[in-house]
Design a protein around this ligand. Structure first.
Ligand code: FEO
Length: 182
C-alpha cells in the first residue's frame, strides 16, 4: 500500500518518463529532417525505452492497489541548433531524471516503504547507464567534431550505438524482470 504522497510522486515520474519519450522522439524527428539517420534511429529507439520506463512505473503503482494517473504532458521544444545542442540537452535531461529518482528514493527511505525502495533499485542502475551513455556521446562529439566529414562519422557512430544499447539493456536486465526489459 502506497502513501498518497508516494503515489503522487510515482505518478509525476510516470509523466516525466512520458515527457522524456516525447522529447527524444521530437529530437529524433529533427535529426531525420536534417538527414541525420543514425542520430534519428538512436533517439527514436531511445524514446521507446522511455515508454518502457513509464510502463514499469505504471505496472508497479497498479500492483500496489493505487491508481496510476496520466496527466497532461508538456510539449517538447521543436528546434535545435545542432546535434551537439541536442546531446547537451539529453545529458542535462537525464541528470534531471536522476535527481527525480533520487527524490523518490529519499521519500521511500523516509516512509520506510521498503517495497518501493526495492522497486527503485532498477531505476538507480538505469540512470547511471543513461548518464554514462549520453556523456559518452558528448565526448565523441567533442573528439571527432561536427565540421565537414566529422558530422558523417558522428552520425554513423551514434547510429551504431542504437544497436549496442539494445544489447546492453538486455544483459543488464535480471531474470526476475526480463519480461519487461526495455
Ligand atoms: Fe527514463 Fe532516460 O530516463
Amino acid at each position: 500500500m502506497l502513501s498518497q504522497k508516494m503515489t503522487d510522486y510515482l505518478n509525476q515520474q510516470i509523466n516525466l518518463e512520458m515527457y522524456s519519450s516525447n522529447l527524444y522522439l521530437q529530437m529524433g524527428s529533427w535529426c531525420a529532417y536534417k538527414g541525420l539517420d543514425g542520430c534519428a534511429n538512436f533517439l527514436i529507439k531511445h524514446a521507446d525505452e522511455e515508454m518502457g520506463h513509464m510502463r514499469r512505473l505504471l505496472a508497479y503503482v497498479n500492483e500496489t492497489g493505487s491508481l496510476a494517473t496520466l496527466g497532461a504532458i508538456e510539449a517538447p521544444e521543436t528546434s535545435f541548433n545542432s546535434v551537439g545542442d541536442i546531446f547537451q540537452k539529453t545529458y542535462k535531461h537525464e541528470q534531471l531524471v536522476t535527481s527525480k529518482i533520487n527524490e523518490l528514493v529519499h521519500l521511500a527511505h523516509a516512509e520506510k516503504d521498503y517495497a518501493t525502495l526495492q522497486f527503485l533499485q532498477w531505476y538507480i542502475a538505469e540512470q547511471h547507464q543513461e548518464e554514462f551513455l549520453f556523456k559518452g556521446i558528448l565526448d565523441k562529439i567533442e573528439i571527432i567534431g561536427t565540421d565537414g566529414q566529422g558530422m558523417f562519422f558522428i552520425d554513423r557512430e551514434i547510429g551504431e550505438l542504437a544497436t549496442k544499447k539494445g544489447m546492453e539493456a538486455t544483459t543488464m536486465t535480471s531474470p526476475d524482470n526480463a519480461d519487461i526489459a526495455v
